[in-house]
Design a protein around this ligand. Structure first.
Ligand code: G1P
Ligand code: ZN
Length: 542
C-alpha cells in the first residue's frame, strides 16, 4: 500500500517569502511536487497520527497537487487530512482551520495574486501549528533537504473524492472534507457587529466587492450577501476559476481598475473592496477616494475598538518596515507598542503569539490581526464595514478626519519588474557600499539624516534577520526604502518605497506622485536606477 519511490533532487526548491513559487510547467516536472512535499515532511518531527490541513486558491493544478498531498501524507503517517471541499481554502481560512482543529500544520497551495493557468504560477507553502507561515529555520531545512532527497513515501490510494463533505478512510488515514466557508464565517461573526452592518445595508448603503474570480468569491457571497443582507450582486466575479478569468487576481489599481474607475465615477457605491487569488490581501476604496494599505492599517488600528472582537483595545501594532509610518502615530497616541518587522507575514507570528501585537499590516495590501496567523482580506473589509456602520460617516470623511488628527503620510511603491538578477544585485551592492557616507548629505534638496540596511531583532525568540532592505531617512519623517522582491518567479524585481510625512493637519491634497516628486528624484540619484537598469520608469506604480 505504501511505496517508497526513488527520486533525484531539484536544486531550485528554495521557499521564498511565501513558500515555493514556480511556473506550472516547473511543478509538472516528474516528482517535482512530490520531492518538495516530502522535503517538508522530512523537515518536521512528531506528526505521526496527527492532522494535516490542505487547501488552495483553486488555481490550475490545484486539484492534482491536493491528491499528491493526501497520498504523501498517508505515506508518511499522518492520521488525518482535513481538506476544503473541491480543494478550496483561502489562506486565512486555512490558518483558522489549522488553529481551530489543532492540526499539526497545513499545506496551502497558491501563488497569491500571481496569474494562474497552464503557463502561469503555482505555489506550495507550509504553515505550522499556530496557523502561520513556517519560520526560516524550517524553510531553510526544507531547502537543504530538497537538495539531497532521494526517495519519497507515498500511499497508493487512487483518486480521493474531495467534493463530498464527510470522512473517508484512505489507508490508515482519514480524509475529512469540510465546507471551506463555514468555520471562517463563524469566526468573523465573533469579531464583528453583524447586526450593525446588517442595519447599514438595510439603510441603503451600497457596496461592490470584486472577488476577481478567485478564492474569496464563495466567502464573500456567504458573508456579505447571505449573512449580512447586502443586495445580490454585491459580490462580483465570485466564481473561482483555474485561470482567474485570464486576469491577475491582484487587487491593486492596475488589476482592479474597473472597480477603481467605478468608485471614482458619478454613480459610485459607498464602498468598494477586492481581494486577491488566495484571499489574504485587500483593496479598500471609498466613493472618490482610494485608501492606501498603509493608511488603512493606521485607520483600522485607530478604530478597531468599535468592533466587538477588539473592544478591549489593542495590545500593540506591527507593520513591515517598508509600510508607511502612519500606524506609528496611532500607536503613540494609544500608548501601545509599535513593532517594525521585515517584509513577509511570518515575522508577525511571534509578536501575535506572545500577545505583543493585535493588529498588523503591510503596504502590499495585507492587513490582519491575532484572529489567525495570516493576513486576511475579508477580515479587513469587514472591519471597515464595522467602522463605517459604527461611525455613520463615509470612507472619505473617516480618512480626512484621520489625516487631520495624525497628519498624512503620502506613500507610493515603484516596482521595476523582471530586471536582470545580476543588475539588481549590483544595484543593491552599490547602495550598501554607499551607506556609511550618506548621513548628513543632501540629495534633490532633501537632507539625509540616517541610512542603514534594516536588520530585525525578534523580541520573542531573539533571532536576527539581516539585509532586509535599505532605508534612507530624510528629515521630517520622509523616507525612501529599497529592496528586492522575494516572491518573483522570473528575473528580479526592485521595489522602491517612497514616503513623505506632512504633519500640518494635511488640509491641502496633493496628487501622490506629485507630492513625492523630489523624493522619487532622490531615490534615483542615490541608487542609480536608470543607470543600472536602463529603465526610465517603473513597471508598476502603486
Ligand atoms: C510581497 C510583498 C510582501 C508580502 C509578500 C507575500 O513580497 O511585498 O509585503 O508579504 O509579497 O504576499 P516581495 O515580493 O516584496 O518579497
Ligand atoms: Zn495572497
Amino acid at each position: 500500500m505504501i511505496k517508497e519511490v526513488a527520486t533525484t533532487p531539484y536544486d531550485d526548491q528554495k521557499p521564498g517569502t511565501s513558500g515555493l513559487r514556480k511556473k506550472v510547467p516547473v511543478f509538472q516536472q516528474e516528482h517535482y511536487a512530490e520531492n518538495f512535499i516530502q522535503s517538508v515532511f522530512d523537515s518536521l518531527e512528531g506528526f505521526e497520527g496527527k492532522t494535516l490541513v490542505v487547501g488552495g486558491d483553486g488555481r490550475f493544478f490545484n486539484r492534482e497537487v491536493i491528491q499528491k498531498v493526501i497520498a504523501l501524507a498517508a505515506g508518511n503517517g499522518f492520521g488525518r487530512v482535513i481538506v476544503g471541499r473541491g480543494g478550496i481554502l483561502s489562506t486565512p481560512a486555512a490558518s483558522n482551520i489549522i488553529r481551530k482543529y489543532k492540526a499539526f500544520g497545513g499545506l496551502i497551495l497558491s501563488a497569491s495574486h500571481n496569474p494562474g493557468g497552464p503557463h502561469e504560477d503555482f505555489g506550495i507553502k507550509y504553515n505550522i501549528g499556530n496557523g502561520g507561515p513556517a519560520p526560516e529555520k524550517i524553510t531553510d531545512a526544507i531547502f537543504a533537504r530538497s537538495k539531497v532527497i532521494d526517495r519519497f513515501r507515498i500511499a497508493d490510494l487512487g483518486a480521493i473524492d474531495i467534493d463530498t463533505l464527510g470522512e473517508t478512510r484512505a489507508g490508515d488515514m482519514i480524509v475529512q472534507v469540510i465546507d471551506p466557508v463555514t468555520d471562517y464565517a463563524a469566526l468573523m461573526e465573533t469579531l464583528f457587529d453583524f447586526d450593525a452592518i446588517r442595519a447599514l445595508f438595510r439603510s441603503g448603503f451600497r457596496m461592490a466587492f470584486d472577488a476577481m474570480h478567485a478564492v474569496t468569491g464563495p466567502y464573500a457571497k456567504e458573508i456579505l450577501e447571505n449573512r449580512l443582507g447586502a443586495p445580490d450582486g454585491t459580490a462580483r466575479n465570485f466564481v473561482p476559476l483555474p485561470d482567474f478569468g485570464g486576469h491577475h487576481p491582484d487587487p491593486n489599481l492596475v488589476h482592479a481598475k474597473d472597480l477603481y474607475d467605478e468608485m471614482m465615477g458619478p454613480d459610485a457605491p459607498d464602498f468598494g473592496a477586492a481581494s486577491d487569488g488566495d484571499g489574504d490581501r485587500n483593496l479598500i476604496i471609498g466613493r472618490g477616494i482610494f485608501v492606501t494599505p498603509s493608511d488603512s492599517l493606521a485607520i483600522l488600528a485607530a478604530n478597531a475598538h468599535l468592533a466587538p472582537g477588539y473592544k478591549q483595545g489593542l495590545k500593540g501594532i506591527a507593520r513591515s518596515m517598508p509600510t508607511s509610518c502612519a500606524a506609528d502615530r496611532v500607536a503613540e497616541k494609544l500608548g501601545i507598542g509599535m513593532y517594525e518587522t521585515p517584509t513577509g507575514w511570518k515575522f508577525f507570528g511571534n509578536l501575535l503569539d506572545a500577545g505583543l501585537a493585535t493588529i498588523c499590516g503591510e503596504e502590499s495590501a495585507g492587513t490582519g490581526s491575532d484572529h489567525v496567523r495570516e493576513k486576511d482580506g475579508l477580515w479587513a473589509v469587514l472591519l471597515w464595514l464595522n467602522v463605517l456602520a459604527s461611525r455613520g460617516k463615509s470612507v472619505e470623511e473617516i480618512v480626512a478626519g484621520h489625516w487631520a488628527e495624525f497628519g498624512r503620510n503620502y506613500y507610493s511603491r515603484h516596482d521595476y519588474e523582471e530586471i536582470d538578477s545580476e543588475v539588481a544585485n549590483r544595484l543593491m551592492e552599490g547602495l550598501r557600499a554607499k551607506l556609511p557616507n550618506l548621513a548628513g548629505t543632501e540629495v534633490s534638496g532633501r537632507k539625509i539624516v540616517a541610512a542603514d540596511d534594516f536588520a530585525y531583532h525578534d523580541p520573542v525568540d531573539e533571532s536576527v534577520s539581516r539585509n532586509q532592505g535599505i532605508r534612507i531617512l530624510f528629515g521630517g519623517g520622509s523616507r525612501v526604502v529599497f529592496r528586492l522582491s522575494g516572491t518573483g518567479t522570473s528575473g528580479a524585481t526592485l521595489r522602491v518605497y517612497i514616503e513623505r510625512y506632512e504633519p500640518e493637519r494635511a488640509q491641502h491634497r496633493l496628487e501622490t506622485q506629485e507630492a513625492l516628486g523630489d523624493l522619487i528624484a532622490a531615490a534615483d540619484a542615490i541608487a542609480g536606477i536608470r543607470a543600472h537598469t536602463g529603465r526610465s520608469k517603473p513597471s508598476v506604480i502603486t
